[in-house]
Design a protein around this ligand. Structure first.
Ligand SMILES: Cc1ncc(COP(=O)(O)O)c(C=O)c1O
Length: 411
C-alpha cells in the first residue's frame, strides 16, 4: 500500500526548514556571538541513527544477575562516547572530560550541583556587569538553595580586576567562585583569583560557554592551567560544535563526584548523535583549532578598529576592543551619537542580511568559519555602518559577497 500523502502541515514544516536553511546557511552574514556554523560531517552525524538510540553503560545487579547496560545494541554507541571524551580531554589538556551535558546551562548544573550542597555561598558576576543570567539569585541559586553575591566586574568592558576580585573573595569567603560571562571581552586574572579562593578551600568554576573555541585553540586563556578547578560550557558559541555542553577537570577527586551524578540527577539520555557530532568537531579543532581561534580574535580586533574609525561607539577602545570573539557596541554612545538603540539597529541590519544580537554584541566566530580574514573587516564594518546607521539598502551587495563563501573553513 502506498504511504499516505504528507499533510499540509508537514509540507509547511518542510518548507520552513528549507527556507531557514537557505536563509541562515547561505543568505546572511551571521555575527551573533552565541552561534556558529556546524561542520558538514558533524551535521551528518546529527542526522545519523544514533539520534534515536539509548545506552546506559552502568554495571548493576538486576533480577539476580549483573547487567552492564540497560539496553542492547550499544556496541558502537559506547565507543563513540569514549572517543568524544578522550578527544575533549586532549583538546582542553585535561585529565578528565565528559561530553554528556546537553547544554551549557546543564553543564553548569552538572558541575555545581554535585559539588555544592544547598546553602552554599557563591560569588558570580552579576548580569548587569555582563554575567550570565542563570547565576542571578532568581535562577540556578533559587532552584538549588544557593546564595549568590556579586564578584565585581568593574574594569573596562566589565572585565574583572585582580585587586577588587581578591578583596571580595577574602571578605566574602564563599564556597565557590563561578567565573564566566555572557558579555565576555577579556581574560580573567585567574591565578590571583584562584589563589585567593583556594586560601579557604573555595572551588573555582570557569564557565567557558562563550570562549570555549578560543580556549580550544590556545587563545584567550588556559583556565585549568591558571587555577580553575572545573571548566565547563556550551559547545556551540565560539566552539563550532552542535548545540550541547561539556565539562573538564584535572581533579580526580572532583570528577569522581561529578561523573556518577550526571545520570539521573539532572538528565538521563545524553543524545548520542550530538556526542558523535561533538566528537567530530573536537577532532577538527585538534587539526585546525589554532588557526581558527587566532583568526576569530584577529577579526574581532580589526572589526572593532574599523567600526571605531567609522564613528561607531565601541566599548573598551583603549584596551584594543577585545581579546575574545565578541565586540560590544557602546549602547549609550550609540543613542547619543546616532539616535538608535541596539535593538532597532539589529533589526535594521537584519533587513539587510546582517545579523547581530539585539543586546549590543557583535561576534566574529562564524564569519571566520566562512573564510573572512582581518583584511575583510573594513568592508564588513562599512556594510554594517551603511545598513545600520545610514539606512542604505545593501542586501544585494551582502548576498553577492556571502555567496562567494560556499564552504566552511577549519572543518
Ligand atoms: C556564560 C553562559 N553560560 C551558560 C549559558 C547557557 O548556555 P546554553 O544555551 O548552552 O544552555 C550561556 C548562554 O548564553 C552563557 O552565556
Amino acid at each position: 500500500m502506498a504511504a499516505p500523502a504528507p499533510t499540509d502541515e508537514e509540507r509547511r514544516l518542510a518548507s520552513l526548514v528549507r527556507a531557514h536553511d537557505r536563509w541562515r546557511g547561505h543568505d546572511v552574514f551571521n555575527l551573533l556571538a552565541s552561534e556558529n556554523a556546524v561542520s558538514p560531517t558533524a551535521r551528518k552525524y546529527l542526522g545519523s541513527d544514533l539520534a534515536g538510540r539509548y545506552t546506559l553503560p552502568l554495571t548493576t545487579p538486576f533480577d539476580g544477575e549483573t547487567i552492564d547496560n540497560s539496553y542492547a545494541g550499544t556496541r558502537y554507541t559506547d565507543e563513540v562516547e569514549a572517543l568524544a571524551n578522550a578527544a575533549a580531554a586532549r583538546v582542553f589538556r585535561a585529565k578528565f572530560a565528559t561530553t554528556r551535558p546537553l547544554s551549557g546551562h546543564l553543564a553548569a548544573l552538572s558541575a555545581l550541583v554535585p559539588l555544592l550542597p544547598p546553602r552554599s555561598r557563591l560569588l558570580a558576576i552579576a548580569p548587569d556587569q555582563g554575567g550570565y543570567d542563570g547565576y542571578a539569585p532568581g535562577f540556578i541559586p533559587a532552584v538549588f538553595g544557593y546564595t549568590v553575591r556579586p564578584l565585581p566586574a568593574d574594569g573596562p568592558g566589565h572585565s574583572v580586576e585582580a585587586a577588587s576580585a581578591v578583596a571580595t573573595i577574602r571578605a566574602e569567603k564563599p564556597q565557590a567562585v563561578v567565573l564566566g560571562q555572557s558579555f565576555f571581552l577579556f581574560p580573567y586574572p585567574l591565578r590571583e583569583i584562584a589563589e585567593a579562593a583556594h586560601e579557604h578551600d573555595a572551588l573555582v568554576f570557569y564557565d567557558a560557554s562563550h570562549v570555549l573555541g578560543l580556549v580550544a585553540g590556545g587563545e584567550f586563556q588556559d583556565p585549568l592551567r591558571e587555577g580553575a578547578d572545573v571548566m565547563f560550557g556550551s559547545t556551540h558559541k565560539s566552539f563550532p560544535g552542535p548545540q550541547g555542553g561539556l565539562l573538564v577537570t584535572d581533579r580526580e577527586d572532583l570528577f569522581a563526584q561529578l561523573d556518577p551524578a550526571l545520570v539521573w540527577r539532572l538528565f538521563d539520555n545524553a543524545h548520542w548523535n550530538r556526542i558523535a557530532g561533538l566528537a567530530q568537531t573536537l577532532l577538527e579543532m585538534e587539526r585546525c583549532g589554532r588557526d581558527y581561534a587566532r583568526t576569530v580574535v584577529q577579526n574581532a580586533q580589526r572589526l572593532g578598529r574599523s567600526l571605531d574609525e567609522l564613528d561607531v561607539p565601541m566599548v573598551a577602545e583603549a584596551q584594543g576592543f577585545t581579546k575574545s570573539h565578541q565586540l560590544h557596541l557602546d549602547r549609550v554612545g550609540l543613542r547619543e551619537r546616532h539616535g538608535v538603540g541596539a535593538g532597532a539597529l539589529a533589526r535594521r541590519l537584519e533587513s539587510q542580511r546582517l545579523l547581530i544580537d539585539l543586546v549590543g554584541r557583535v561576534g566574529t566566530a562564524e564569519v571566520a568559519r566562512l573564510g573572512l580574514t582581518p583584511d575583510d573587516m573594513p568592508r564588513l564594518a562599512s556594510l554594517l555602518v551603511r545598513a545600520g546607521l545610514k539606512k542604505e539598502k545593501v542586501a544585494s551587495e551582502v548576498l553577492r559577497w556571502r555567496r562567494s563563501y560556499p564552504r566552511l573553513r577549519f572543518a
